[in-house]
Design a protein. Structure first.
Length: 600
């Protein structure tokens, strides 16, 4: 009894010590999730829903940090704490500081390996780090990664001790808008539609034990015409004679299976498939096993939806975006994915889910994720809840000169980084049923090699559409979609002889700052300004009442700006702290519902 008491006392003391070491940096407004954040239980959910193993260890929590000159070496000491995985500029990091391009942000933490992992290969995973990360384990450099939005891993087995403590140190350099790298809306001097820079670790850091032979990734391709799920697996350490077993489950019941002596071009039959859609987001469960000599070597769980996205002419000759071979008008919001207390990092998994739930409650069936890529769990919630996603590629290199054609002149290094990150992002989120379109360029921001990039995406991922240049800098035959931006709008592209579907990629922008819920007390901004919620609701209804006429003329989708207020931009459906929904009104919901009844 005394031993149990002492253990409990020790744990309580440790938790109290962490709470005393961390407190949020000053910020004017917070979300409810940020207000109740527990530094000892930060984003505890399994971070990779499309490739699940039972054993893992979350490294989120309080780490040591130091900001040092870029040309200096590894810090001799770390005297301050940062809450990982919140970016250093954010309130929830406990720091709230700008790092700058002349400095490095250094991290350090310690960890131990469970005894049961002895004999396994140990992988160190990072959900995302913005931007250039050098990783050291027990003072040995294990690798470098450049890219702010894609996950990366290092095998650290040879650098660690199985018994006792190990140490991770990471240096991060981020030039923000001084560099050419993809960065989205991050700038050193935020204002208007540009927001606070984000530096460092901003997604979950975790450890995973695997065997030398293990499944690295899956590429899942549903075929609703043939009632098949096709799979390519990447297997580390594959040997002749190895076997892959696939099992498909519907509501816990096994409905299909297959055994294969290869990791590529696999397929299993899905009899009478239930098709995934926003109205019925049905997902099948999946188990994939790797066997060697009838011995189980590795096993992962995943899920998938049976759905198809395509374009075809309707009876009037208009090109329509089809979901599962039927036209469904898509109406959604431009979604920046920012948080007042966490910036790029949502304060909780429930917060990620909350935005999607609230949009669906209003009747939206689409999110355009704008020049930012979210953690894998975000797309898991989109898959589960049933909302379509157009995924933007984060923009960069915005001030380079134009050729006069819409393309800009990026140098070889800039092109390489853009294309490398684009491929990584497509690979990582390929299996998300909700993502139906890739958007490589927005409004000419760093737009280069437009036709080449759009054609490459279309060939690399034939299961989705390409919204080539979204707004302003269109090129004929770029992608599958002709996209117009119009504030407040609405309107539609004028070239109806194009072979692409016509969409309104951005419109609206109805601004309303609400006292007590704004990033700043004054100088808030919107494309149009209103005095109260009633005015905004009436203006919103008046806008979307014009859309049915456009749908009849061939419009396939419209994207309203935007999901939430962000910093001084107050065009949101919700306030930045998510505490007020400006469009929460039955008349608004009724007006949105009518959009889906125009063409059936």
């Amino acid at each position: 009894m005394k031993k149990i008491f002492l253990i409990s006392l020790f744990l309580f003391t440790a938790i109290l010590a962490n709470a005393q070491q961390w407190k949020p940096a000053d910020v004017k407004i917070k979300t409810v999730w940020g207000e109740k954040l527990d530094p000892d239980n930060v984003l505890p959910e399994y971070p990779r829903p499309q490739l699940v193993r039972n054993e893992w260890k979350n490294l989120n929590g309080l780490w040591d940090y130091s900001i040092e000159p870029r040309l200096g070496g590894m810090p001799l000491s770390y005297e301050r704490k940062i809450l990982v995985p919140f970016p250093v500029e954010s309130s929830l990091s406990g720091v709230g500081k700008i790092v700058g391009s002349q400095n490095l942000l250094w991290y350090k933490t310690r960890f131990s390996i469970p005894k049961e992992w002895n004999g396994k290969r140990i992988l160190l995973h990072f959900g995302a780090v913005d931007w250039e990360a050098e990783v050291y384990v027990n003072l040995v450099k294990v690798g470098t990664h450049r890219g702010g939005y894609d996950e990366f891993s290092f095998d650290i087995t040879d650098q660690i001790k199985i018994s006792g403590e190990n140490e991770i140190q990471i240096s991060v350099w981020d030039p923000s808008d001084e560099g050419s790298q993809p960065r989205g809306k991050q700038v050193r001097k935020p204002g208007g539609i540009w927001y606070t820079s984000v530096t460092g670790i901003w997604q979950t850091v975790w450890l995973e034990p695997v065997n030398s032979a293990h499944i690295e990734s899956l590429r899942q391709m549903p075929d609703i015409e043939k009632s098949l799920l096709c799979i390519d697996a990447v297997v580390n350490g594959w040997k002749d004679g190895d076997e892959i077993k696939i099992k498909v489950f519907e509501g816990g019941k096994e409905i299909s299976s297959g055994e294969f002596r290869s990791a590529k071009n696999l397929s299993v039959k899905i009899q009478n498939p239930k098709l995934w859609s926003p109205n019925n987001p049905f997902l099948y469960d999946l188990k994939i096993s790797l066997l060697r000599g009838n011995k189980l070597v590795d096993e992962v769980k995943s899920y998938f939806g049976m759905r198809k996205i395509s374009i075809a002419k309707d009876e009037n000759g208009a090109e329509r975006i089809l979901l599962n071979n039927k036209f469904l008008f898509q109406f959604g919001t431009l979604d920046q994915g920012w948080w007042p207390d966490g910036l790029y990092t949502a304060p909780a998994d429930d917060a990620l889910k909350y935005d999607i739930v609230k949009l669906k409650e209003l009747g939206f069936n689409l999110i355009r994720k704008h020049v930012k890529v979210e953690p894998a769990r975000y797309y898991y919630h989109c898959d589960k809840l049933g909302i379509l996603v157009w995924q933007d590629m984060p923009s960069g290199d915005m001030d380079i000169p134009s050729t006069g054609t819409g393309d800009r002149i990026r140098n070889a290094q800039s092109e390489y980084q853009f294309e490398t990150e684009l491929k990584e992002i497509i690979d990582e989120h390929f299996n998300s049923s909700s993502i139906i379109a890739w958007v490589p360029f927005n409004e000419g921001w760093g737009q280069a090699n437009t036709i080449k990039v759009c054609n490459w995406i279309g060939h690399y991922d034939e299961s989705r559409l390409v919204d080539g240049p979204s707004g302003w800098t269109d090129m004929p035959a770029a992608g599958n979609i002709q996209d117009r931006h119009d504030y407040p709008g609405p309107s539609m592209p004028q070239d109806k002889n194009d072979s692409r579907a016509l969409v309104l990629g951005e419109f609206g922008g109805l601004g309303l700052p609400l006292e007590g819920h704004t990033w700043k007390d004054k100088d808030n901004w919107g494309y149009r300004s209103y005095k109260d919620i009633g005015e905004v609701q009436n203006a919103f209804i008046a806008l979307i009442e014009k859309i049915p006429g456009l749908i009849k003329k061939g419009l396939s989708a419209a994207v309203y700006t935007q999901t939430t207020d962000v910093e001084v931009e107050v065009n949101g459906v919700m306030t930045y702290d998510r505490k007020v929904n400006k469009l929460e009104n039955e008349n608004v919901k009724a007006a949105v519902k009518k959009l889906f009844e125009v063409v059936k």
